[in-house]
Design a protein around this ligand. Structure first.
Ligand code: OSB
Ligand code: MG
Length: 387
């Protein structure tokens, strides 16, 4: 596949409701979309960085910089046999997994379309229906959280994850557990606690949670091993797993019993599949995390979730929970039993609504490989146009 052109766009989209985590409130999203043209076929990817460096160290603007100055120039005009070889072109760029994932995943979509297969099948996935959960932001009071949980259980979602932080944890989770004794519940702290809070976190053991996600330091595994040894509830790591080597270390140390795989956090489908394969071999269940994505990122998450090790419900839910109008057609819909039917058409299996993307775009960059004739004349580097 020759990577002929890359278009990088920043779009602005407003979430239907603010989403509060231990690191802050998000509503106005600044999202980067990548369109990669390979052998005449256009594939799409989404950069899942947040606007601020509060989930991890990347932001919308660092990803713009890294893609514009380093990734696009390294790949435009180059040829690879398969999207899985993308990392041979970008391996010299350290970190910036979310920036890389946005570009790599666009090439995976293009490859699947060229081969006429759904992306899920190209990745080696087999499930045709995936099981969904929801992630609920921090609320003002336990009563309003209980009401929200009731609504989402009513929609059929199979696992409810509650965001927590100090002061908005035991009482909130207790209220939800009391109202829904049978529900599958988990919590996500996004690194809000310290190892010294272990005895406080132990108070969550009584609620029979499926897991406690990333309670401690965003960039550190070992403390989680110390904490896991003190708790009955399984820990799940999110922020501190950027690749399969981190996953191997975490599992060997006993720092978690479950891993959340996010395409952006690990740098794209190729590394995500490695984390999945390692966890499958070691018997560690995985599930697909979310980053408040548009339909493009959501479609990639759905394809990845069809791999056989994704045995726990993911944070992949309906477009309408987030957006008045998504940028794909059809939108992602969830069945009354809380599942998503995996599209069986080539590529992502959803059509990108270009008119909506254009309407939401605030800036764009374009790189195009020189044509053979032009290259012979000028030996120029890939051209770049900015508007
Ligand atoms: O930690 O899983 C997380 C959203 C933004 C940043 C981090 C996280 C989340 C979510 C939302 O939990 C998941 C979703 O519904 O997209
Ligand atoms: Mg998380």
């Amino acid at each position: 596949m020759k990577i002929e052109a890359i278009t990088l766009r920043e779009i602005h989209m407003r979430l239907k409701a603010p989403f509060e985590t231990s690191f802050g409130v998000t509503q106005d999203r600044r999202i980067l979309l990548v369109e990669a043209v390979a052998d005449g076929v256009s594939g799409w990817g989404e950069v899942t960085a947040m606007e601020t460096p509060s989930y991890n160290s990347e932001t919308t603007d660092t990803a713009w910089h890294i893609i514009s100055e380093f990734i696009a120039p390294a790949i435009v005009g180059r040829s690879i046999d398969r999207a899985a070889e993308f990392e041979t072109l970008t391996g010299h760029i350290r970190g910036h997994e979310m920036a890389k994932a946005g570009v790599e995943n666009a090439i995976w979509d293009a490859e699947a379309q060229q081969k006429g297969v759904p992306l899920s099948k190209l990745l080696g996935g087999s499930l045709e229906e995936i099981v969904c959960g929801v992630s609920l932001g921090i609320r003002d009071n336990p009563a309003s959280l209980v009401k929200k949980v009731e609504e989402e259980l009513g929609h059929g979602y199979n696992r409810i994850k509650l965001k927590i932080k100090l002061g908005k944890d035991v009482e909130f989770v207790g209220a939800v557990r009391k109202s829904f004794p049978q529900a599958t519940l988990s919590v996500d702290a996004n690194s809000a606690y310290k190892l010294e809070d272990a005895m406080h976190l132990k108070r969550l053991d009584r609620f029979g949670l499926l897991m406690i996600e990333q309670p401690l330091y965003w960039d550190e595994i070992y403390s989680h091993a110390r904490l896991q040894a003190l708790l009955e509830t399984a820990l799940c790591l999110d922020e501190c797993i950027s690749n399969s080597r981190h996953a191997a270390a975490a599992i060997e140390l006993g720092a978690c019993r479950i891993i959340n795989i996010k395409l952006g956090r690990v740098g794209g489908h190729t590394e995500a599949r490695r984390v999945h394969d390692l966890c499958s071999t070691l018997g560690v269940p995985v599930w697909c995390g979310g980053m408040l994505e548009t339909g493009i990122g959501r479609a990639h998450n759905i394809a990845m979730s069809t791999l056989p090790g994704f045995t726990l419900p993911g944070d992949v839910s309906a477009s309408r929970r987030y957006w008045d109008q998504d940028i794909i057609e059809p939108e992602v819909e969830v069945t009354p039993r809380g599942t998503i039917h995996v599209p069986q058409t080539p590529g992502l299996g959803y059509k990108v609504r270009r008119e909506a993307v254009d309407r939401f775009t605030v800036r764009a960059n374009h790189w195009k490989a020189p044509t053979a004739l032009h290259a012979a004349q000028s030996q120029s580097a890939p051209s770049k146009l900015e508007n």
